[in-house]
Design a protein around this ligand. Structure first.
Ligand SMILES: Cc1cc2nc3c(=O)[nH]c(=O)nc-3n(C[C@H](O)[C@H](O)[C@H](O)COP(=O)(O)OP(=O)(O)OC[C@H]3O[C@@H](n4cnc5c(N)ncnc54)[C@H](O)[C@@H]3O)c2cc1C
Length: 397
């Protein structure tokens, strides 16, 4: 039986980042991914992800994203290719909405570079914008976007170079853990390791059914909209943006390497399951997002060039789970990234590797499993459907 220091179950965003961190620490590592490495069925589809530092959700995330940012740059150096584009970012709030002010609070607490600017100044700097005069606006020069595919490929490249093995198209069927290590079974083989890291995204509930993790899945859609003139929306002339208003928490990216203004709504989304998610986009689904964009930007049309269905795996408080299994300390869990995990991936990979390899390391309290016991129902939706548990998995025990 092949043996490793660590097995990573799920070679998506967090699993590939964990593989790099494990390999850097000299651990022999096997990653098992059910699909091809980098695919459109997980949480990393859609080409790009925002990286922002003045964290509106909580200032507690700022040191984590700062560490992640350092590691993205280290990854670029080690892999020899670019994954992060620093475009600057504008976070906007309509009267009565709090995102921009919450982001400013984080910036102030952590001394991050930022400017609190008037809508007139926003519209002057970025001519494609027409933000109403009574909105709040925060500009942060460090904000940018990560290319998802380039990021995951770079992580895999550097992990492999340091000795990690990544098996694609090999779904894990079951696992067991005892005091002597873990056993992981696929249709192809059975493997042994000292530790297991579970980073299975939307499939986590099924693999850790006995824990009854309060994870819910939300269906989300991304759109690429045609604009009359792409020039003022291009990288260098247009920032990453988030706009918090009655239309939603709409965010988007400058046009880069692909036609259309990429745009989506961080708020809302219908509860679903990984088995039943509807991957077809209805013709009228983009209406709210288009209206929100047309209120803020000049020359955005309602012509959809492309769309993609993706999903968020939500925890009740929208904070992540990065912790050891409560009864099997040689199993570490990275799950529930609640639609905002990508930017942190390099730092999360490091946390997962440290938890797996060093028994003295404690989880970050905000991301610890214990906090979930105190929460009973999801915050994001009161109709959340728990992810199906035990679906098709044969437990080995
Ligand atoms: C539309 C959308 C927009 C987003 N925007 C942002 C953003 O702008 N900024 C940001 O920071 N974050 C963003 N996020 C969130 C971020 O992309 C996710 O938090 C992150 O990708 C989650 O990573 P993951 O590793 O948990 O999941 P995934 O990347 O999906 O990886 C899980 C992997 O586990 C594999 N797996 C599952 N079960 C098994 C099994 N039994 N055997 C083997 N392999 C298995 C899956 O195939 C998959 O590859 C967004 C997410 C979505 C959906």
């Amino acid at each position: 039986m092949a043996t490793f220091d660590a097995i990573v179950l799920g070679g998506g965003t967090m699993g590939t980042a964990a593989a790099w961190a494990l390999a850097k620490r000299g651990a022999t590592t096997l990653v098992l991914e059910q699909f091809a490495h980098v695919h459109r069925l997980g949480a990393h589809g859609g080409r790009t992800r925002v990286i922002r530092h003045a964290y509106a959700e909580s200032p507690e995330y700022v040191p984590i994203v700062q560490r992640a940012d350092d590691l993205w740059l280290e990854l670029e150096r080690e892999a020899g290719n670019r994954v992060l584009h620093r475009t600057g970012g504008v976070e906007l709030s309509a009267p009565g909405y709090g995102h921009a002010r919450a982001a400013r609070r984080s910036a102030e607490l952590h001394g991050l570079p930022h400017e609190w600017i008037s809508p007139a100044e926003v519209n002057r700097r970025w001519p494609a914008m027409s933000v109403p005069e009574d909105w709040d606006a925060l500009y942060s020069p460090q904000v940018g976007f990560l290319e998802t595919e380039a990021s995951l490929r770079a992580l895999a490249t550097v992990a492999r170079r340091r000795g990690a093995t990544i098996h694609e198209g090999e779904p894990v069927r079951g696992w067991q853990a005892d005091s002597s290590g873990v056993t992981v079974a696929t249709n192809a083989a059975t493997y042994r390791a000292d530790s297991l890291i579970v980073t299975a995204g939307a499939w986590t509930g099924g693999l850790l059914g006995e824990l009854g993790l309060p994870l819910t899945l939300l269906r989300k859609v991304l759109w690429w909209l045609r604009v009359d003139d792409p020039a003022p929306f291009s990288v260098g002339r247009f920032p990453v943006f988030i706009a918090d208003s009655a239309a939603g928490e709409i965010y988007g990216f400058p046009i880069h390497d692909h036609p259309g203004l990429k745009i989506a709504d961080h708020r809302g989304g219908s509860p679903t399951t990984v088995e039943t998610i509807d991957r077809t986009v209805r013709d009228d689904e983009e209406r709210g997002v288009v209206a929100g964009a047309q209120q803020l930007f000049r020359g955005v049309t309602d012509r959809v060039l492309e769309s993609l269905v993706c999903h968020y795996t939500m925890t009740p408080d929208a904070d992540f789970v990065v912790d050891r299994h409560p009864t099997r300390p040689n199993v570490t869990i990275g799950a529930g990234f609640s639609g905002h995990g990508f930017k942190f991936a390099t730092a999360i990979g490091e946390m997962l590797a440290d938890l797996a390899l060093d028994a003295s390391v404690e989880p970050v309290p905000r991301l610890a499993l214990a906090r979930l016991a105190a929460l009973s129902s999801p915050q994001v939706t009161d109709t959340g459907v728990p992810i199906a548990r035990g679906s098709g998995l044969r437990a080995l025990r």
